[in-house]
Design a protein around this ligand. Structure first.
Ligand SMILES: [Cu+2]
Length: 186
């Protein structure tokens, strides 16, 4: 609790910026607000590296475990798939986002409320450990516990996701599959 308050104070004073370890810079740590009984949360960061590296682990006091997940289209459904590591190429920026790669906070210790923040420690094979501040955002709070497409409408309330979705829809093959899944026009 002391850590969370300390970081809230640091943010107030404008002391929270990019977190850097070796060749890796971590920015834009944010998480979705959750409902009171949610067992999982979802968080995002942006990684940049000047030398190739591999994100091998993540941990936070906010949850028992942190997993790397990706949304994938598989057999005509959008599913979440766990992956063991996240690769970053030299010079690449990897942006976690609601429609793609995300950090799944498994077994949340408490509800994530808008305006709160918590530390998240990312461990890289080369750069080592780096701790970033994750800020809980209020808009588009959703229950992420259902790994199917029923949260589509909630997803669509998110401007970043909607932009990605609209981009997807430019592909006729994808659009056909999508219309089949949700009905045309969604
Ligand atoms: Cu997930």
């Amino acid at each position: 609790m002391k850590t969370i308050l300390g970081i809230a104070l640091a943010m107030l004073l404008g002391l929270v910026g990019p977190a850097v370890a070796g060749d890796v810079t971590v920015t834009k740590g944010w998480a979705r607000a959750t409902s009171p009984n949610a067992k999982v949360g979802i968080a995002f960061v942006t990684l940049a590296a000047t030398a190739a590296d591999t994100l091998t682990a993540a941990a936070t006091p906010a949850s028992a475990k942190v997993e790397f997940h990706r949304h994938v289209h598989q057999d005509g459904l959008m599913k979440m798939q766990q992956q063991a590591t996240v690769e970053i190429a030299a010079g690449q920026t990897v942006e976690f986002n609601p429609g793609g790669l995300h950090l799944m906070l498994v077994d949340l210790k408490a509800q994530l409320k808008p305006g709160q923040s918590f530390p998240l420690t990312l461990t890289f094979a080369g750069a080592g450990a780096v701790t970033v501040t994750v800020v809980v955002e209020g808009a588009g709070a959703m229950d992420h516990s259902m790994p199917d497409h029923s949260m589509h409408d909630q997803h669509m309330a998110d401007p970043a996701y909607k932009a990605m979705h609209d981009e997807h829809m430019k592909d006729p093959a994808h659009k056909a599959m999508h219309d089949q899944m949700h009905g045309a026009g969604k």
